[in-house]
Design a protein around this ligand. Structure first.
Ligand code: SF4
Ligand code: SF4
Length: 267
């Protein structure tokens, strides 16, 4: 999720799932944890869910303490990046001498490294085939090791195939918006709605269950049960709802009687 144009040392070579490379990272390499400093990591919705659960805090607290909001270039959509420490090396807040404090729940970008995924930054990924590039940074000595991988093997080994599947609806929202003309702007209200739905899952859950949302939209009992108990189901529901809100694509049905009453109240 890095922006290739902002990063020195990136070889702009398009990689596909079967492309091969040599790489191995382990605690004995001299550069151990160097890649966890001075970085730009866009957090995916599922990254946030995993990290806030790992830390035992709400999504709102996680966003306030550990992230910086931004607008994603050429999309006008909000994203959040990991807030780095204010030390000399701009360290990740989770890096320790013996490695990553949240390794099992580390963000998607950390799992992909030394690969970068281009779906958020390149229109060329619209074919959905997967488009990756090599983050060949001079400080990384993992390239001197002999272990061979294909991109597909690396993604499976690092668990990013599962992450990507869960985040697919969010990636789709961004890729669609990127293909719109630049002058198609979103209202502040819509951007805020996108932010809450995609990144602040606890707030979104409260919105769904404690506002008139479930009166306004016709949602079946099975879906209600799933989104009440399962955060991955809630994320997916949110992505589908945003797709309907932003692009009018999908199967959300409005209860017209409730909608009409709301309109009348607004008059
Ligand atoms: S810089 Fe490369 S080899 Fe060194 S710790 Fe990071 S990923 Fe591993
Ligand atoms: S989350 Fe972990 S792997 Fe990722 S940059 Fe921070 S310390 Fe490194």
């Amino acid at each position: 999720m890095e922006f290739p144009e902002n990063k020195a040392g990136i070889q702009p070579v398009r990689f596909g799932p079967e492309s091969g490379f040599k790489f191995k990272c382990h605690k004995e390499v001299r550069c151990f944890t160097k890649c966890c400093r001075g970085i730009n990591i866009i957090l995916t919705p599922y990254d946030i869910v995993q990290l806030k659960n790992r830390l035992g805090i709400s999504s709102g607290e996680f966003l306030a303490i550990y992230t910086v909001p931004q607008l994603l270039e050429k999309t006008d959509l909000p994203v959040v990046t990991l807030k780095l420490l204010d030390d000399e090396q701009q360290s990740c807040p989770f890096v320790r001498d013996d490695g990553c404090l949240v390794y099992e729940n580390r963000p998607t970008t950390c799992r992909y490294y030394p690969l970068g995924v281009a779906s958020l930054s390149h229109k060329e990924d619209a074919d959905g085939e997967g488009f990756y590039f090599f983050v060949d940074e001079p400080h990384c000595l993992g390239f001197e090791e002999d272990k061979e991988w294909t991109v597909k093997e690396w993604r499976k080994d690092q668990g990013v195939d599962i992450q990507d599947e869960i985040n697919a609806g969010w990636t789709d929202l961004i890729v669609r918006k990127r293909s719109f003309p630049a002058n198609v702007q979103l209202t502040e209200k819509t951007k805020k709605m996108f932010f809450t739905t995609c990144y602040d899952i606890d707030q979104f859950k409260e919105f769904v269950f404690e506002s008139s949302f479930l009166k306004l939209y016709q949602v079946d009992d099975k879906t209600i049960q799933a989104i009440r108990n399962d955060e991955v189901a809630l994320l997916d529901f949110g992505f589908r709802w945003m797709k309907w809100v932003l692009y009018k694509i999908g199967d959300f049905t409005i209860n017209s009687e409730v909608a009409q009453k709301r309109q009348e109240r607004k008059k």
